[in-house]
Each structure stands twice: as structure tokens, then as C-alpha cells.
Unconditional design. Sequence first.
Length: 261
Amino acid sequence: MARIGIIGGTGFDSPDIIQGITQKKIHTPYGPPSDLITLGQYEQVDIALLPRHGSAHNINPTLVNYRANIWALKELGVTHILAITAVGSLREDIAPGDLVFPDQFIDRTTQRKATFFEGHAVCHIPMADPFCETLRTLLAQVAERLSLQHHKQGTIITIEGPRFSTRAESKLYRQWGADVINMSTVPEVVLAREAGICYATIAMSTDYDCWHASEEPVTWEIIQKTMNKNVQNVTTLLFNVLKEITDRPCACREAVTQSIL
């Protein structure tokens, strides 16, 4: 039976969508996760909810213990992860409030532990298609059914943060072909693949970063305002997707078995 991990990002750390709530403290070889993990069910679907930045949102993106977070979810039997994140749009047609389901990433992080394999082994995990195609397709299908404004694919660039981009950087990332920008997808998605967990991202566009000549440059206030206005769309999508995730064989979950030296 599938157990779904929900990693909540900016604007979505509430466990209100699940019933029968218990909270569990997990110890990992990599230190503590961001917070207690909330366990429960939604319509008989087992769920584990973890706030990426802590319940008080006091952990900046660089300092998130991504390895502990993914290890803890794996320890609890999580088979699939839906990761929620706020993103800046690098494209005119991705408006604030739109949902994006990335199929590719560009890594611009510099200070994060990005593998579970250090010292005892080397893991060359395949990343040609880093997000679970089955989960991503399901998200797009359900969003279409619910008439939610969405983009079924896109390239997300993850920067180190916690500062926002300069205008020069934002314009450069557009030239590279990035569609949206955030500070948290990498190395989370990589570690999920190493752990054999299917992983997909629900990215909500909150702003136009700082490349757009006629739009205000991104601020924390703008992000919060847009997330608060549109978070119900994410909740509605989750409610409907959770019931359709099945525990079937997937290449995501087998990749690591052929990647360790």
C-alpha cells in the first residue's frame, strides 16, 4: 500500500488536510529532520506531512537538512512524495497563481549535501528524467479535470538563496531555458531518487522574479500574498490526486539498485 509524503513549502505547512493525526520524531544518521512528521489519513490514504522549513518557517533553504528529511520519510514507509514549492516565473505565460509541474531542473546550489553515499560507496544516480513521470502526468491530468490554470511541464532552476536573484542572473536563467525559479527542489529531488521514492513537484508561481520590466521585483511579502490567495488550489489538487496514487512498480524506485559502485 502506498504511503504518500507531502513536503510542504512556503505557505503550505498545515496538517489540516488529514485526519487521525499523530506526530512522530524521527532520528536519522544525518541529524534531525526539519520538524516532527505528521502522520494521518485522507480517505484511507496514509500520509506523512513534513514542513520543509520547519513549522515556524525558521530554516532557510541552505540550512534545510534535506538528507534527514528524505531519510525520515523513507524510514516511515513513504513510497511517493508530492513536494510543494513557491516559485518565481521566468516566462510571460506563467502568471502568478499558476501551477507548474516541472519535468527538468537546473542546479545552481553550492553549499548542500546532495547524496546519501559518502565514503562507503559511490552512487551515480541517473537524472535524465529527474521527476516521476507517472506522478507528474497524474498531477497534470487532475489539474486539467479541476480546471486549474497549470503547465504540465517545465524546467525549474534551484538557486542557493536565501537571497533573491539579481536582474542579470534572472535574465541569464531565462536564456538558459529555465521556466521557474526556487530555492528548494535540489537536492531534494535527487535524494528522493537515491532513496527509491517517486517524487513530483507542485510549484506555484508567486511572482515574476526580477526580469520583468513592468512587474515589481520579487519580495517575501509578494510571495506570501500570492500563496495565501491561491493555496486552496493546491489543497484541492492534493485532495483529488491522493486518491489516485497507486503503489505500482516504477523506474524511479529501481534506479538506485543499478547505480551503486
